[in-house]
Design a protein around this ligand. Structure first.
Ligand code: SF4
Length: 446
């Protein structure tokens, strides 16, 4: 133990925003119990590594991080998705002290207690009510549920994280309120399947602010949209990972009236019915196109982000062409596309007709080229308009901000040339002056 005898825990957090939220919960509990969080391996008494195990490169990165922590510190506890993958961690690194799966704060705390005794009375070292966060002060991820009831054939998340378990709606709202009170301006709602929120508890009615509130995406989004920052601004609420259920239509009016951001992150994955069936996803692209048209009629400012898998086993040239046609028609704002890659344990691995990697790559490039043109055109149309943005970073050359169309890290940004006087976390109105494939340039409106 280090000289002042307060136990110090080092923390390495890898993986997606859901893993980040798990890390934040564990860090908050460690601080609440009086442990200090150490910024270096040498200064820590032990290290917790929160891993990702989704694709092969993430597995490798996680195993490397564990190896580094063992070499630099020697006492390592592993948690997260890779921990749920059988003996992978123990086989590669038999010296780790303990291995748990994702969403396992209790088990991680038990392992920490076993190897590094609790330093303090919990009441002596209280954590701020919003907990410890790894994101900048002005935005935060709020995880509303864990697990998933779908069984998409390319995905192993349900086997890693189990079936859907929704958090009580009052707890979610309390966390959202605490975050906003502490200076958070944008709440990013995440889960494996946001639109399924509450299905497992039959949309049970909970309580928030002394009033009944249903555990259901629409009601939760509306309640979050009512939250105000300490200076009276409406907090931004952005919905991620919205599976295309019919009731998604219900949140569009909330977006049109400005309660929540007009932004929908809705993974369609493909457009061809046969491929969608092989993926075990909802299968009707005409229906999707009609819904998109309808959503845009109700909310013309809607930004649509989606993800697609290219070169799924058995995908023919004609089926891929159908996906390109769909993209032409749908004119989505933001698209992430990935070449299918087999994930250990996924049902799709057993499907016939795996597409050769070169062909997958060629299709991926064709798709991205098409989408770049669409994105460029859609951004160009914004030149001359005035929009509200949230400032992320400022330096002497200006500010970098995001609009309602830009989620942190995955979408574009808005560069504000005359923004060097602004501060991170400011809401500001800007006039768009230029655009490229993904980003916008603007002047702050005085
Ligand atoms: S909905 Fe998402 S998390 Fe659930 S099985 Fe499908 S891809 Fe995986």
């Amino acid at each position: 133990m280090k000289e002042n005898s307060i136990s110090r825990v080092g923390f390495v957090s890898l993986g997606c925003p859901k893993a980040t939220v798990d890390s934040e919960h564990i860090l908050s509990r460690l601080r609440a119990e009086g442990y200090l969080i150490s910024g270096s391996y040498q200064d820590a008494d032990l290290v917790v590594v929160n891993t990702c195990g989704f694709i092969d490169s993430a597995v490798e990165e996680s195993l490397d991080a564990i190896g580094e922590a063992l070499a630099e510190n020697g006492k390592v506890i592993v948690t997260g998705c890779l921990g749920a993958k059988g003996d992978t961690v123990k086989l590669a690194h038999p010296a780790v002290l303990a291995v748990t799966g994702p969403h396992a704060a209790d088990e991680v705390m038990e392992a920490v207690h076993r190897h590094l005794p609790k330093p303090h009375d919990p009441f002596a070292d209280l954590v701020p009510p919003q907990g410890i966060r790894l994101t900048p002060k002005h935005f935060a991820y709020v995880k509303i549920s864990e697990g998933c009831n779908h069984r998409c054939t390319f995905c192993i998340i349900p086997s890693l994280r189990g079936d859907l378990v929704s958090r009580p709606v009052g707890d979610v709202m309390q966390e959202a309120q605490s975050l906003v009170n502490a200076g958070v301006r944008e709440l990013l709602v995440i889960s494996q399947d946001t639109s399924a929120y509450g299905v497992d508890v039959k949309y049970r009615t909970g309580f928030w602010g002394g009033k009944p509130l249903k555990s259901r995406m629409t009601e939760l989004a509306a309640a979050m949209g009512d939250l105000r920052t300490p200076d009276g601004e409406r907090a931004w609420v952005r919905l991620h990972y919205v599976y295309p259920y019919p009731h998604v239509d219900e949140v569009i009016p909330l977006m049109a009236q400005g309660s929540i951001l007009p932004y929908l992150d809705i993974p369609f994955q493909h457009a061809n019915q046969r491929i969608l069936k092989l993926m075990k996803r909802p299968a009707s692209s005409e229906n999707v196109l009609a819904r998109i048209r309808q959503w845009r009629e109700v909310c013309p400012d809607l930004t649509l982000r989606s993800t697609f898998i290219v070169g799924f086993p058995g995908e023919t040239e004609a089926e891929f062409a159908e996906l390109l046609n769909f993209l032409e028609e749908a004119q989505l704002d933001r698209v992430g596309a990935f070449a299918y890659s087999p994930v250990e344990g996924a049902v799709a691995n057993a499907l016939a007709g795996h597409v050769p990697p070169e062909l997958q790559q060629e299709r991926l490039e064709r798709l991205m080229l098409l989408q770049q043109g669409i994105s460029e055109q859609r951004l160009k149309r914004k030149i001359g308009t005035t929009i509200r943005v949230l400032v992320d970073e400022v330096d002497e050359e200006g500010a970098v901000a995001r609009s309602s169309a830009d989620a942190p890290e995955i979408d574009g940004v808005v560069f504000i040339d005359n923004g060097s006087q602004l501060k991170a976390g400011d809401f500001v109105d800007v006039k768009i002056t230029d655009s490229d494939l993904h980003d916008l340039w603007a002047e702050a409106v005085r």
